[in-house]
Write a protein that binds this ligand. Structure first.
Ligand code: F1X
Length: 142
């Protein structure tokens, strides 16, 4: 989709007015660009963690944020997303990610092996994406 597509342009105007009207607000924090995994946030950036605790849902976008969510560890693919978060749960959270790095949790037994047999570079080829949700209050499998 071209950047000047009229739908994209309309969204741009809407988002701009949401910011102008105070519907949305923008907050930066140095923690986001530091190399910490997110399970360190409560200790390293308690003000940010407390801020997120006030949210109904926290959305994370992108491969790098996913890697920080799960600590970029060599998890077994069947380890639950909640386990891999290692205590990071300021609020219910959802991650949207296109796979670009060798880490992925929350798969069914045999799913990674099946993918590997068909497409050995499935974690880095950029063709696969996942949406994963975690809430300690919701019923989880792990
Ligand atoms: O999916 P996208 O939005 O193109 O990239 C997401 C991203 O986190 O993945 C890369 C790390 O693997 C980063 O350079 C980039 O910001």
């Amino acid at each position: 989709m071209a950047a000047n597509h009229k739908c994209m342009s309309k969204i741009g105007y809407q988002w701009k007015s949401h910011l102008k009207d105070g519907v949305w607000s923008y907050h930066d924090h140095p923690f986001w660009t530091q190399p910490h995994e997110f399970c360190d946030m409560a200790a390293d950036a308690p003000d940010l963690y407390a801020n997120l605790q006030g949210a109904d849902l926290v959305l994370f976008k992108g491969d790098l944020n996913y890697r920080k969510l799960v600590g970029d560890r060599d998890w077994d693919h069947t380890v639950g997303f909640g386990t891999a978060l290692q205590g990071f749960e300021p609020a219910p959270l959802c991650s949207l990610r296109t796979l670009k790095a060798n880490v992925q949790v929350g798969l069914q037994p045999g799913q990674a092996e099946k993918l590997t047999s068909h497409e050995p570079d499935w974690m880095t080829c950029g063709k696969y994406a996942v949406i994963q949700f975690y809430s300690s209050k919701a019923e989880q499998k792990d």
